[in-house]
Design a protein around this ligand. Sequence first.
Ligand SMILES: CC(C)(COP(=O)(O)OP(=O)(O)OC[C@H]1O[C@@H](n2cnc3c(N)ncnc32)[C@H](O)[C@@H]1OP(=O)(O)O)[C@@H](O)C(=O)NCCC(=O)NCCS
Length: 278
Amino acid sequence: MTAASPLAADAPEILLAPFSPDHLTGALRLSRETGWPHRAVDWELTLSVSQGVVALQGNEVVGTALCSLFGEVAAINMIIVDARMRGRGLGRKLMQAVLEIGGTRELRLTATADGLPLYEKLGFEATGEIFQHQGIAKAAAPELPVQVGAKADAAELAAMDRAASGMDRATLIAGIADRGELLRAEGGFALLREFGRGRVLGPVVAQDAATARALIAAGATRCAGQFLRVDLADAALAAHAEALGLAYVGGGTAMKKAARAAAETDFTTYALASQALG
Ligand SMILES: CC(C)(COP(=O)(O)OP(=O)(O)OC[C@H]1O[C@@H](n2cnc3c(N)ncnc32)[C@H](O)[C@@H]1OP(=O)(O)O)[C@@H](O)C(=O)NCCC(=O)NCCS
């Protein structure tokens, strides 16, 4: 990436505006410059379940922030400030705007190292780590039966996802299932879709780690020889992912603000739909 050019002294004032589909091209420029792999369709999927704001300098998008309302939970995501304008309070302003959209809900996000100090200052607390694994997937026989390409019962998937995550995100789950492929096991499911440099497997929702391992092996087998990413919420699955060709490449810190007590549940989210959406 080339160094960002300095701002002109007479640059127009920066204003916040509601995020609309018209801002996607500018938003995509920002995420690319930040080194994130999102394609336009990845932004579109996230925006389809979100509200948010952009920072505009004239017509140029120089900052983004989204808030996805999932029932009692709001996922804050896609917080980006143009590299030329960081360190001047714009990130904090964008965050304040999306925190207002989140209102009194439990607020969640996955923080990068860049974002962590800002989120801590705004009252978010770390609750865990996310482990991003990716690479050219290798086939391996799942330890339990998995049906690949199963027909989705959207309501059933949304119920399992809600039990695992506490988030009401039936529209998102149905949207991912429509775009991608369902992998179904006796005690859970996973969704596979195009994302970034190839495909992503997530969410992976299961009653136990053995089912999650089988779903991930089936996903890797489906993508054998091709690029696959999985954002694990459980470090215990790391060695399994590595054996499937999916190397650890970094991750993020899961954070919450105004956290509610989690309900008793049979399901766990072993891998995220995305770092943005949890
Ligand atoms: C994270 C990001 C949005 C912050 O934007 P920004 O405009 O530079 O943030 P601000 O200038 O509003 O700074 C916010 C606060 O964090 C503090 N801060 C920022 N970086 C810090 C650091 N490395 N150490 C300590 N404090 C830091 C600032 O001092 C400021 O505190 P204050 O409001 O009390 O003065 C920006 O760095 C960015 O776009 N990074 C790349 C994309 C990214 O990783 N986004 C986060 C996704 S989770």
